[in-house]
Design a protein around this ligand. Structure first.
Ligand code: PRP
Length: 178
């Protein structure tokens, strides 16, 4: 697995420190709001697990599975709900946890959906932001790291369903995906 990685972009220490900071900020911003945290599967499962451990206020957690990439490297532009939420978002302060915002198509679709479902507020925390690739005006409310336009994997992010279990964010060697 390691031999497919060109460089480590964010190591475990950097990720841990940033997630600790985000957890502190979110605990302050959502105090007394009883937020509903939504983990967007599959990519954000590790970030969600690490972040919620750093949030010190009561929260509820639900999961949705969205997909726009299939097994390719380019967004198809068509977002599909693979598994919907279990609970209603009506009147809830929703915090979406995402691993990466790339074109922004997934988050534009999902935030719109939650607003249509009458959430009281909808905010997004993303571990990684790739603004160079944006095709929408999507802006996350909380950003871990702004990164260049490289193919990154690890810490939940995949290439063709592999590499999610790397404990860091690495840049994939181009020969692996081209
Ligand atoms: C990835 C990632 C985001 C989305 C970001 O999901 O987890 O949800 O792409 O890309 P965008 O900003 O261009 O929409 P993917 O569809 O690959 O599914 P996965 O999370 O199951 O890997």
């Amino acid at each position: 697995m390691e031999s497919a990685i060109q460089e480590v972009l964010l190591d475990e220490k950097q990720l841990e420190a940033k997630i600790k900071d985000l957890g502190r900020i979110l605990s302050q911003d959502y105090e007394d709001k009883n937020p509903l945290i939504i983990c967007v599967l599959k990519g954000s499962f590790i970030f969600t697990a690490e972040l919620v451990k750093r949030i010190s206020i009561p929260v509820e957690i639900d999961f949705i599975s969205l997909s726009s990439y299939g097994s390719g490297t380019e967004s198809s532009g068509k977002v599909r709900v693979m598994k919907d939420l279990d609970v209603s978002v009506e009147g809830r302060h929703v915090l979406i946890i995402e691993d990466i915002i790339d074109t922004g198509l997934t988050m534009s679709y999902f935030t719109d959906l939650l607003i249509r479902r009458d959430a009281a507020s909808v905010k997004v925390v993303t571990l990684l932001d790739k603004p160079e690739r944006r095709k929408t005006d999507m802006k996350a409310d909380y950003i871990g790291f702004t990164i260049p336009d490289a193919f990154v994997v690890g810490f939940g992010l995949d290439f063709a369903e592999k590499f999610r279990n790397l404990p860091y964010i690495g840049v994939l060697k181009p020969e692996v995906y081209s």
